[in-house]
Design a protein around this ligand. Structure first.
Ligand SMILES: Cc1cc2nc3c(=O)[nH]c(=O)nc-3n(C[C@H](O)[C@H](O)[C@H](O)COP(=O)(O)OP(=O)(O)OC[C@H]3O[C@@H](n4cnc5c(N)ncnc54)[C@H](O)[C@@H]3O)c2cc1C
Length: 290
């Protein structure tokens, strides 16, 4: 028989949390803010035997911005705190924009950026910007600690590369290279109360007027947030112009694999990938120039 309740654990260290997850077995869930997890439970999508909450682990909510390590966002750092962090706004505006545009004020004050990634929704608002900026995840587990590129983390809707009893401890973004800029733009049908129908993360590096490096990711248009390499190739080693950004948008639209669902039709998403990719590139370019 399925249980209506669950056992609740609130460990005070990462090692304690990992031991609990190993000992309690498969049907145990990690919880950060619970804004996804508890809704899935309420809707009868999951029936956890136990929940291991991370909020009592000291220091796990830390956010730091430094010249060597770059940006580190701890596993329980709230979306609201990431959105409001001055260092992130200055050095990583694409990341504060993504956090600021996730859900509503109540959810941002409960939910976390790392939880948004671990939930692995194809439309996760924080994924495209972090992917574009080359983020990595620090992971603790029964076999020890490891680091994984965020690009290798998403395996499918709700599916990640986490092994049993592993916990993501933090997301780290390297220091932005010189003459680089990044942007996050999104579109949702019902403004702030709905998840994105299309979301884009763009990062470019300039050498003079030419684009020397580009990373472009599209969210909500494939089973996982996807990279658009043909769009990247379109801008590489070329002088950046609005026309070039438009061509890259068209290429991204050809690469994206959207479906029709409650948020938007496939055709609309395809058109909007082109528009939003262009917009993201223009903003990333403006930031790289300034
Ligand atoms: C009304 C509403 C509106 C929303 N709008 C948006 C939106 O616009 N855009 C958007 O992207 N999302 C939206 N969401 C989804 C949700 O709020 C976010 O995904 C949130 O960031 C999840 O963070 P959390 O800390 O609450 O995660 P939790 O609910 O605690 O966890 C989510 C999942 O990740 C796992 N997990 C969490 N942390 C870790 C960790 N450190 N290590 C391993 N596994 C972990 C959990 O086991 C669970 O499976 C919305 C939700 C609601 C209820």
């Amino acid at each position: 028989m399925k249980r209506s309740g669950f056992d609740y654990y609130a460990p005070e260290s990462i090692s304690e949390a990992v031991v609990l997850l190993s000992d309690l077995g498969e049907n145990t869930f990690v919880m950060a803010g619970g804004t996804d997890l508890l809704i899935r439970k309420r809707h009868g999508m999951i029936f956890p035997d136990a929940v291991v909450a991370l909020k009592k682990i000291k220091g796990l909510d830390r956010i730091s911005v430094g010249p060597k390590k770059g940006l580190v966002i701890g596993a329980t750092a709230l979306l609201a705190d990431v959105a409001a962090h001055k260092g992130i706004q200055n050095k990583y505006p694409a990341i504060s924009d993504a956090a600021k545009n996730t859900a509503n004020v109540q959810i941002r004050n409960m939910g976390t950026v790392v939880g948004n990634l671990c939930n692995a929704s194809p439309s996760a608002d924080n994924a495209p910007a972090l992917l574009a900026l080359g983020a990595t995840l620090s992971i603790a587990g029964p076999q020890g600690d490891r680091t994984l590129a965020l690009e290798d983390f998403f395996l499918g809707p709700g599916l990640t590369a986490l092994k049993p009893a592993e916990i993501v401890i933090a997301a780290t973004v390297p220091p932005p290279p010189a003459n680089s800029g990044a942007a996050y733009v999104h579109l949702s049908a019902r403004g702030k109360v709905d998840c994105s129908a299309v979301c884009i993360g763009a990062h470019i590096e300039l050498q003079g007027r030419k684009v020397n490096n580009a990373r472009l990711f599209v969210g909500a248009c494939a089973p996982i947030p996807m990279r658009t390499p043909r769009a990247e190739k379109t801008v590489m080693r070329k002088v950046f112009t609005e026309k070039l950004a438009e061509k890259a948008g068209a290429a991204a639209s050809e690469e994206a694999l959207p479906i029709t669902d409650v948020r938007a039709t496939q055709d609309y998403r395809n058109s909007m990938v082109a528009v939003m990719t262009k917009r993201a590139l223009l903003l990333a370019h403006k930031r790289a120039r300034s």
